[in-house]
Ligand binder design. Sequence first.
Ligand code: HEC
Length: 142
Amino acid sequence: MNRRTSAMLVSVAVGCSVLTITRYATAMADTDSATAEQPTPRLEAQQYFSTTCATCHGVQGDGKGPAGKALAVKPPDFRSLKWQKSIRDEEIEQAIAFGGQKVGKSSLMPAFPYLAQRPEVIKALREIVRELRTTKRSPTHR
Ligand code: HEC
């Protein structure tokens, strides 16, 4: 490799790392502005559902999330009308905040102490659970 080629390679390498650093800095700035804005309870609940609840309950609420399938007590099928009719709103909210045991169900449904302090997020989660009652969503339930 002659001197010119290696000088060029070095500058390309430096250029690349500067680019990477700039991209990283931009990404960090984006994250900052995202956390500065308070997400709505609904958004927070949706994120919570898809990242946490869905591991057991499944994204569609069918109870067949990757972790849910392995449990001794299976999570209920939120899509089922029969199940939806069997449970009151308060029970759903209590189960989410304080765990299954609190409402006479299995302790495999964990308590979420963080959410217990956020009633507006619990309410939004309960609405999400209700809206899963069928896999098809009506236009008013987006
Ligand atoms: C570790 C797995 C797991 C996670 C995570 C989990 N659940 Fe559950 N959940 C269960 C199981 C298992 C049951 C069934 C308990 C039973 O029937 O005894 C259940 C039951 C429920 C019920 C019905 C309670 C009742 O009284 O029948 C609701 C509502 C519920 N979960 C909502 C949620 C929400 C919302 C989240 C996220 C904040 C969540 N779950 C996270 C495992 C989980």
